[in-house]
Write a protein of this length. Structure first.
Ligand code: GUN
Length: 285
């Protein structure tokens, strides 16, 4: 069994992004800019936004976080998005999810300019992905693909089983795997007999947020297992959705939690923001 080391790969990507930022600055005088909207005081969201901001600082991006109380109105968030769409110093806009229940999330995601949609959540970019056209791809699925590529894990014709069908992870991940010519099964909360699907997987990718969902008897010998879950157990430790101890001996490759998919998500946010900045710089010429 080999570990898919997202921590090391994300550090390599960060250095490459930092180099590109220097070059962009020398050539155009611009630095990539990321604006983050954070609503309310959800602890996990605050922690994620903090990590994203620190990563931006490390690679030399300009970044700004718009912190808003959970009582904020839909209109006020919309005004902020419109302002950032028009601000030439901002290349990427990220709305940290989830939002409070009185907020219409879809409307906000659709208001972000597709060229600044570094999370890849706008239907324009979702459509581009599903037709295998270039665009912005959600960071977690994109990071998983980079990790699999780094370890030369071939996807063409492989049985890939995705557990979880969210718009943020499961669905875009399935689209990327399909674009890479894998045979893709998406399972979800209503799936009958989950194990009957997971046992067939050459590559099993799990992101639902349920501790211990995947046990050893649900995994084929020699499978590649990608654990996208980030959960805190009763001892306060970070764990994934896969029982690492019992499943890992059966795998050819497996991601650790932490240190697998998590750091790749942040590295991809940096890459997407750099890409947006490079496109905006090109358009300004
Ligand atoms: N909430 C959980 N994951 C994500 C993500 O990748 N992007 C945003 N914006 N919010 C999230």
């Amino acid at each position: 069994m080999k570990l898919l080391d997202g921590k090391t790969l994300s550090q390599t990507i960060e250095s490459q992004v930092a180099q590109s930022v220097k070059r962009l600055k020398q050539e155009t005088g611009r630095v990539p800019g990321l604006a983050v909207i954070l609503v309310g005081n959800d602890e996990a969201s605050q922690a994620y936004v903090g990590m994203k901001k620190r990563a931006c600082d490390r690679v030399g991006f300009y970044s700004v976080t718009h912190e808003m109380p959970s009582s904020i109105s839909q209109e006020a968030i919309e005004q902020t998005i419109v302002m950032m769409n028009e601000n030439p110093n901002i290349d990427g806009i990220l709305i940290q999810l989830p939002l409070p229940s009185h907020i219409d999330t879809t409307r906000l995601l659709e208001l972000v300019a597709p060229s600044k949609d570094v999370d890849g959540f706008h239907p324009f970019n979702v459509g581009r992905l599903s037709t295998a056209l270039d665009g912005f791809v959600p960071c977690t699925p994109l990071g998983i693909m980079e990790l699999l590529t780094k370890y030369n894990i071939d996807l063409c014709g492989k049985e890939c089983v995705v557990v979880g069908a969210s718009n943020i992870v499961g669905k875009p991940l399935a689209a990327l795997l399909l674009n890479a010519e894998a045979t893709v099964t998406i399972t979800h909360i209503q799936t009958q007999d989950l194990a009957s699907h997971t046992k067939n997987a050459d590559i099993l990718l799990v992101g639902v947020g349920v501790i211990g969902l995947i046990s050893e008897d649900m995994v084929k010998d020699g499978a590649v297992v990608v654990d996208i879950g980030i959960n805190r157990n009763s001892e306060g430790k970070l764990v994934g959705d896969v029982c690492f101890e019992s499943v890992s001996p059966k795998c050819s490759y497996i991601t650790p939690v932490p240190g697998g998919v998590g750091p790749m998500t942040i590295a991809m946010l940096l890459k997407n923001t750099l890409k947006a900045a490079q496109i905006h710089a090109q358009e300004a010429k």
